[in-house]
Design a protein around this ligand. Sequence first.
Ligand SMILES: [Zn+2]
Ligand SMILES: [Zn+2]
Length: 256
Amino acid sequence: MHVKMVDRLANSEANSKRIGVVEGCFGAAGQPLVIPGRVLIGEGVLTKLCRKKPKARQFFLFNDILVYGNIVIQKKKYNKQHIIPLEGVTIDTVPDEGDLRNGWLIKTPTKSFAVYAATATEKSEWMNHIGKCVEDLLQKSGKAATGEHAAVWVPDSEATVCMRCQKVRFTPVSRRHHCRKCGFVVCGPCSDKKHLLPSQSSKPVRVCESCFLQLTAAGGGGGGPAAPRRSSDSYGRTGSKFHNLSDDDDEDDSSD
Ligand SMILES: [Zn+2]
Ligand SMILES: [Zn+2]
């Protein structure tokens, strides 16, 4: 794992060539990345804490977006491209814990997650550069930093029982769900309601009982409570771990 922080090469031929190479590595399924004024600031492999376990992902920091994807062939082929506009990003350091060291949170209105660098130096480089890019963007646009961020999901492995009722034990049948508001791992019955969280989705999303009450008490309007889910939802898919159709699926994990 290494990070290469290149000098700013705005508008230089070398810069657009480098961005073109990155674009090519994602192939036809990726978005076009070469646009005027875009600068590739740095790149490297970071460990992203996904729903099931930490996974290596290739990250590219541009002056306006953060791009990451799954590594098919290192430096040659990436897929599952994600593009995060930096304007809505906030970063927060994460204290070292066990094997998970040199981490920080990348928080955005739609999705928030933790990433880990190989060394403390890499971590501070990444954090400094991301922070600087966000600051520059906000200064240029005159906008204020985003206030609202999606919850960071608690990894599945950290909850053997429902974090709300503390009673339901998770099994292949009694499956884990994530509240989109607080990020807790909860059981079906504790999260059988949906609520509109406009920054995350245009459709109502799964929330836990406690967040639902908070949202309906505070919101008044705000889209209002969604129709209750079919009661069969949590139980009607026994054996579905083989074709994981749960709406909780982290798309990053779909290659598993
Ligand atoms: Zn529960
Ligand atoms: Zn919740």
